[in-house]
Design a protein around this ligand. Structure first.
Ligand code: BES
Ligand code: ZN
Length: 461
């Protein structure tokens, strides 16, 4: 209900606007103008604070479930607390697989290469006759009860191949590559509880030949352990003034985890640094809307933290959330190519505009006279919020830099100007919702102007 009212107000703004591409408020900025409200936030932004946060966070990788992540989590928690925000750490489980051993024997002798398991956690040893079932299309498979299936990779997924063999009674799968470039890793589904091992094409074809003339007995001995680890979300809440509480919530997020190999200065210590800087500033600014600042864990493992958080929201909280602003990789000198405004772009999951992109585009025009376009990308923590029906977008600079997911994603590639630019646009957009006189359009002292901004099919990498 709340959400509808804000969109309706924005739509009204469009109808009432002069029709020019960048309808700006024509009256000189006074203390009630949108620009004056922007200034309450953006004049306080300090790019050095953000740079220093990135310097600290990028001292070591912060892969989910590691010491590095936990250190970052405690740092972020302390920062939020130092701003006087109600802060909680939300733990959640993640699972690693540890390969203890994988042995493949043919007629009792170890094969002469290193096999690669692709089953999930399993500890099993099977010895059984090997049967060649080609690519494991169901119509081509006979009874496999008590047999190990020899399968060629390709055409259908690993999961489908293993399932087709399982359905016919197979006790193991030995899959050889469809190209000559080594073996491969992959994954099957939980519950497909037979050893499944990948070998090279050369060894596979040799077995195919052998099976034409003789019986072959294979042994698959696989021990893969599932190890539970803990990752965390950090959630800080800025409560509105009790006498002026709209009951609404606006969210600002980033992910604090990195990939294991890199210090993740830009991915995504940069996003965290903007979240913290806006939390610092807004925590001293009266608001009529709750602002929730969140840093997610295990984004790099498949958006695990944001999905966990989204699933933990109560039924009555979800409709109160007006918007989710996600920042992912917002400080690279080298990202953005030759695109205007340093390549700054907003991506939504469905490639459609929403309240978040409307506010972002309008803020960029007001503050910097720059146009931000929008495109369609998932791949970050705006996704679970979109799926809950919450207007959301991820802000970044595209195309991404060459250091993306590499050990070279380091502090020296960070641009204070890019951090400043993103903090201004997001800070002004969030404040547009949360400032105490909103919905500003209703009061109409100065309307939130909608601007024209367009879809751009710009890939991120
Ligand atoms: N920061 C990256 C890529 C990115 C940048 C996504 C800007 C969206 C906007 C992100 O952390 C990432 O690497 N995501 C993964 C997907 C995820 C589901 C594991 C990817 O893109 O491979
Ligand atoms: Zn990222």
């Amino acid at each position: 209900m709340y959400r509808k009212s804000i969109s309706a107000i924005l739509a009204l703004g469009l109808v009432l606007s002069s029709g020019s591409a960048y309808a700006q408020v024509k009256s000189a900025p006074n203390e009630h103008s949108a620009v004056a409200f922007d200034n309450k936030v953006i004049k306080k932004i300090n790019a050095d604070n953000m740079y220093n946060t990135i310097a600290y966070l990028s001292e070591q990788p912060r892969a989910a479930g590691t010491e590095g992540e936990y250190k970052a989590v405690k740092y972020i928690e302390n920062q939020f607390k130092s701003f006087g925000l109600e802060t909680t750490i939300q733990p959640f489980p993640i699972y690693d697989t540890q390969i203890n051993h994988v042995i493949v024997k043919i007629n009792g002798t170890d094969i002469k290469e290193k096999p690669n398991p692709f089953s999930g956690s399993i500890s099993k040893q099977v010895t059984a006759p090997l049967v060649n079932i080609g690519k494991a299309f169901p119509e081509e498979i006979g009874d496999l009860t008590g047999k190990i299936a020899l399968i060629e990779r390709g055409n259908i997924t690993f999961t489908e191949k293993v399932q087709n063999a399982l359905d016919k009674g197979a006790v193991g799968v030995l899959m050889y590559n469809n190209s000559s470039s080594g073996n491969f890793s992959g994954q099957v589904q939980d519950g497909q509880n037979i050893p499944a091992v990948a070998i090279t094409r050369a060894t596979g074809l040799q077995l195919v030949e052998q099976l034409k003339t003789t019986e072959v007995v294979a042994t698959l001995d696989v021990d893969i352990e599932k190890i539970e680890k803990t990752s965390y979300n950090v959630i800080a809440s800025l409560k509105p003034n009790k006498n002026k509480d709209t009951g609404q919530i606006v969210m600002v997020g980033a992910h604090h985890d990195s990939v294991p190999v890199g210090p993740g200065a830009n991915d995504d210590a940069s996003g965290v640094s903007v979240v913290l800087e806006l939390a610092r500033i807004l925590s001293k600014t009266p608001v009529d809307t709750e602002i929730r600042f969140v840093t997610f864990g295990a984004e790099e493992r498949g958006l695990l933290g944001s999905y966990y958080y989204a699933n933990s929201l109560s039924k009555d909280e979800v409709p109160r959330i007006q918007a989710h602003f996600q920042m992912d990789m917002v400080g690279s000198k080298d990202a953005g190519g030759d695109n205007p405004f340093g390549g700054f772009i907003m991506y939504t999951l469905d490639g459609k505009k929403n309240l978040v992109t409307d506010l972002g585009a309008a803020a960029a025009v007001r503050i910097r006279s720059e146009n931000i376009s929008y495109g369609q990308v998932g791949r970050s923590d705006h996704q679970p919020f979109h799926e809950l029906g919450i207007p959301s977008a991820v802000f970044t600079h595209a195309p991404l830099e060459a250091a993306y997911h590499k050990p070279t994603d380091t502090l020296d590639k960070i641009s204070k100007e890019k951090l400043q630019q993103v903090a201004e646009v997001i800070g002004a957009s969030v404040y547009q919702i949360a400032r105490p006189d909103t919905p500003a359009l209703v009061n109409a002292t100065v309307a939130q102007e909608l601007v024209d901004y367009s879809f751009e099919n710009r890939p991120i990498d």
